[in-house]
Design a protein around this ligand. Structure first.
Ligand SMILES: NC(=O)c1ccc[n+]([C@@H]2O[C@H](COP(=O)([O-])OP(=O)(O)OC[C@H]3O[C@@H](n4cnc5c(N)ncnc54)[C@H](OP(=O)(O)O)[C@@H]3O)[C@@H](O)[C@H]2O)c1
Length: 123
């Protein structure tokens, strides 16, 4: 993610509406994975969760470094894809919604945020 971001920054700096959407997961949320009421707290897994938590911090730091850009992390939610043998209850269209929305953010939209379809995700 860092290599890709570094490669794109010079191009994004020439844009009137520069946007980065990092596709994170609720599995990277310390708030959700420690909340017994959330499904994210009921599955144990080290690499995926840790990498998504790291991606969240990468997002937060890039947002501070480039305040003229909209740089956010999004959680698509549990979505039926190859990744989970199509077990997710959401369609790909539903999962893609927040990704598309964040990709269309204008200059007044949030940056350094962690968002899903419902709103803000706890870090
Ligand atoms: N599905 C969920 O419930 C869920 C929930 C939260 C977050 N997410 C996140 O959403 C994102 C997409 O997941 P998904 O469910 O759509 O997974 P997926 O169905 O397994 O699709 C992953 C896609 O990534 C591509 N890919 C993998 N490694 C790559 C690489 N090194 N370079 C370029 N492309 C690569 C794959 O390409 P090929 O087909 O060519 O292999 C595939 O198109 C992931 O970041 C995942 O962590 C998913």
């Amino acid at each position: 993610m860092v290599r890709v971001t570094q490669a794109f920054v010079p191009v994004l700096e020439r844009s009137a509406t520069p946007v980065i959407v990092n596709v994170s997961s609720g599995m990277g949320s310390l708030g959700r994975t420690t909340n017994p009421e959330r499904i994210e707290s009921r599955i144990v897994g080290l690499p995926y969760r840790s990498s998504k938590s790291a991606l969240n911090m990468i997002t937060s730091q890039y947002a501070k470094a480039y305040p003229q850009m909209r740089i956010n992390a999004v959680d698509p939610g549990y979505t039926a894809t190859d990744f989970n043998a199509h077990s997710g209850p959401q369609s790909v269209e539903e999962g893609a919604e927040i990704i598309i929305r964040a990709a269309q953010f204008g200059p007044d939209a949030p940056t350094g945020a962690y968002l899903d379809r419902e709103g803000t995700v706890p870090w």
